[in-house]
Design a protein around this ligand. Sequence first.
Ligand SMILES: C[S@@+](CC[C@H](N)C(=O)[O-])C[C@H]1O[C@@H](n2cnc3c(N)ncnc32)[C@H](O)[C@@H]1O
Length: 322
Amino acid sequence: MALKSHGRKSITVSAKPRDLMEEQHLSGVWSAQVITLLPQAFPGILGESLTGKALRDGLWQLSTINLRDYGLGKHLNVDDTPAGGGAGMVLRPDVMGSAIDQAIAQSRGRTPLIYLSPRGRRFDQQMARNLSRADGMTLICGRFEGLDERVLEHYGVMEVSLGDFVMTGGELAAQAMIDATVRLLPGVLGNAESAVEESFSNGLLEHPQYTKPAEWRDRAIPDVLMSGHHGEIAKWRQMMSEAVTRARRPDLWSAARAGLLDDAVAGVHDAASLSAFLKRHGADEATGPALLALLETRGGDIALPNNPWQAAAQLFWLAMRP
Ligand SMILES: C[S@@+](CC[C@H](N)C(=O)[O-])C[C@H]1O[C@@H](n2cnc3c(N)ncnc32)[C@H](O)[C@@H]1O
């Protein structure tokens, strides 16, 4: 069987997903450790496609710690009934503590300790970006009713949620977090894929995407995308990104708009730069009515810069984004 060598290690092309998770530690490689009762669920989807290829190429590494190995007694128990009564079972602190001690002993550099939990801070792109700049992460997957609180306090564990819903265990959440983080590591995305222009990278949702055929069931691709005019295409994509964000996620839009406005009008300070700004932003016969409508509805509330040229640019920018 052909061997694939990438300097750090060699593996066969027929390697099974579990073979991708090596015992040995590759120094300097971003590393995810997962504490779980279901180690057989890994790498799962992470062994496929881009994340799987990157794992095979040694761009990141993955290991599991089986919580059952630290279980107590003949039956290797890991859980017990909730103090104070109630339904379900809770993961024991002594068992989880031993597994975490092992994870800490194996990790190096900055490796945040994270418990997947519906009570946690909501996972987002910024968190993925920060985690991709660490040396790795250790993820604790809960099961049953969750984990004894003292473990979280003792180790200063960060709780992270995938969203406002409850799953049966942390494994799917761990795989989602790892996927979103690993694809931001250098070299993981090929040329065809880019994290630069996609949703959230600039605080906005992504513009609509189209591909061939040019017409499908009487629906045509917008002309501008077929024009070959890169400047116009970039302008259209930016406007669509803003419109989609404004319509679907007012929370993201209000966070992004002040920054976008500042960036847009930054270079305007005299008649010539205002004129260039208006041209660049496609001012046309619709500009006048849009400005009037803006002034009628919000005129009194808008704080304007002192420089009158910049103030005009700001009014125009806001008028075009009702
Ligand atoms: C049934 S849940 C426990 C829920 C817990 N009793 C509560 O109400 O917060 C079992 C495990 O699934 C994982 N889990 C469930 N929903 C999650 C979510 N939205 N985000 C991250 N992890 C989640 C956690 O690891 C949790 O310990």
